[in-house]
Design a protein around this ligand. Sequence first.
Ligand SMILES: Nc1ncnc2c1ncn2[C@@H]1O[C@H](COP(=O)(O)OP(=O)(O)OP(=O)(O)O)[C@@H](O)[C@H]1O
Length: 237
Amino acid sequence: MEPLLHFERISKTIKGNPDRQLFGRIEANVIRSDKIAVIGPSGQGKSTLLRILSLLDQYDEGEMYLQGRKVMEWQPKAWRQKVCYVAQQPFMLEGSVEDNLRIVSKLSGAEYDSQTAEAFLAKLGLAELDLSKNAASLSGGEKQRISLIRSLLLRPEILLLDEITASLDNHHKHAVEHVLANWQLEENRACIWITHDMEQASRFANQMWLMEEGRLTIHMDVPAFFSNRPLKSAPEE
Ligand SMILES: Nc1ncnc2c1ncn2[C@@H]1O[C@H](COP(=O)(O)OP(=O)(O)OP(=O)(O)O)[C@@H](O)[C@H]1O
């Protein structure tokens, strides 16, 4: 099966730090229905990798392919619609909550799917939220969920999730996991999810990417990966 996303020999140096290489010549494949948890100690470049994969950051060398086409053959906007990054610090556009949800259809030219938006809001515990409210006034956890729904409405091929449940209580954290698992099953899409929550990773993932010391190690067998590791904290923590 042709991978949805493939990257090879990707290296990234942080200039002036002092020219610290975050990672070198890393590679991986992502196929439909992949549920990948990205773990590793802080500062190893997990967010940077996801930002590179969604063309929000640059890399020094290497090549990336989406649906068999090299990155240079894509318009960045078209690539980002298919490989969509949901940031750890949710970014709200000026305006109401509804403006934030509708923006995706404005940008993509598709009709706003209010039914799907309402279904996601209900499933994520936001059914009572006043959509005319100024988005800037939402709590951190509300912003995280609105930001996720906004990305889901874009119907990307691959969702890149950067610690998106960090501000949520356990109940809402599980709701997000449930929504994403169903979404993947129904739409046959892929998720790459950075998390420091090992229990979450073990519930969600069908493969683990461990980033440390400039390397990306891929573990395809999740039960084996966790068989000799504690679930309570990230490795090295
Ligand atoms: N644009 C940038 N300019 C300078 N330094 C940067 C930049 N982007 C990332 N870094 C540095 O690169 C390193 C890796 O950051 P990154 O956020 O990718 O790590 P991470 O593994 O996701 O960490 P965490 O788990 O704490 O979120 C950090 O030391 C960070 O300060």
